[in-house]
Design a protein around this ligand. Structure first.
Ligand code: NAD
Length: 226
């Protein structure tokens, strides 16, 4: 089975009602990223950061996958489909995609403040100050904050090296190291980009300048017809 590797960003969830942050002048739900999505912010004001992610988690549990998430599931009829997502929501999983690698963590998980490998499932639950991991340390969101290492970048790069086809959806390609993954894709493997804005990419790529809700179907139809 040929392998389709898909890199998704916040744009794929926009039509499910979850805001991206680069589309609103660098603000994410009216917060500056430096105030809620860095380790320094967490040390300075843990309550604010926990509240922010608790709100994001509640929002995700109210949201439903959209047409773009659903279309990607169709590809599994014919291909070995691997989704690499920068998103912390679980809308790909809710839609039924079976192979999803989260680069920046997941809202439905929490981890020990002291040990990044001690991760627990929390589902819809809020995290409060005083909630403890099994090692006795404070629980924090299982999110890779800006400035932190991205543990899943190596498996993601390996998947990209093995891609027969590569599709990029709804990402400004501004956040590294995720944005560098495309350079691991073999030059001979056809690539597509779905985004309503012009995203600068330095390789031959078929551009579908549309929202994911309509653009992803075009890519999926084309791939299924090959
Ligand atoms: P991003 O850098 O991936 O940029 C958003 C991109 O989506 C832009 O290029 C924009 O043109 C495009 N877009 C907007 N509406 C679209 C639509 N309907 N269809 C297709 N594309 C559309 O994402 P970001 O917002 O800058 O976020 C970067 C990081 O912030 C993420 O990697 C993630 O860790 C976090 N984040 C996650 C979520 C989520 O989980 N849903 C939401 C916001 C931010």
């Amino acid at each position: 089975m040929k392998k389709v590797v898909i890199l998704t960003g916040a744009g794929i969830s926009a039509e499910s009602g979850i805001k991206t942050f680069r589309d609103s002048d660098g603000l994410w739900e009216n917060y500056r990223v430096e105030d809620v999505a860095t380790h320094e912010a967490y040390l300075r004001n843990p309550q604010l950061v926990l509240d922010f992610y608790n709100a994001r988690r509640r929002e995700v549990f109210k949201a439903k996958p959209n047409e773009a998430h659903r279309q990607l599931v169709r590809l599994e009829e014919k291909y070995d489909v691997r989704i690499i997502t920068q998103n912390i929501d679980n809308l790909h999983e809710q839609a039924g995609s079976t192979n999803v690698l989260h680069l920046h963590g997941e809202l439905t998980k929490a981890r020990s403040d002291r040990n990044e490998n001690l991760i627990i499932d929390i589902g819809e639950q809020d995290i409060h100050l005083g909630d403890k991991a099994p090692d006795g340390a404070q629980l924090r969101p299982h999110i890779v904050w800006f400035g932190e290492a991205v543990p899943n970048i190596e498996p993601a790069a390996k998947l990209c090296e093995e891609a027969d086809f590569f599709v990029v959806i709804g990402t400004s390609m501004n956040v590294y190291p995720a944005a560098g993954l495309i350079h691991y894709v073999p030059q001979t493997s056809p690539c597509w980009l779905v985004d309503p804005k012009a995203v600068p990419i330095s390789r031959t790529i078929k551009i579908i300048q549309e929202k994911a809700g309509t653009g992803v179907k075009r890519v999926v139809d084309e791939l299924l017809s090959l």
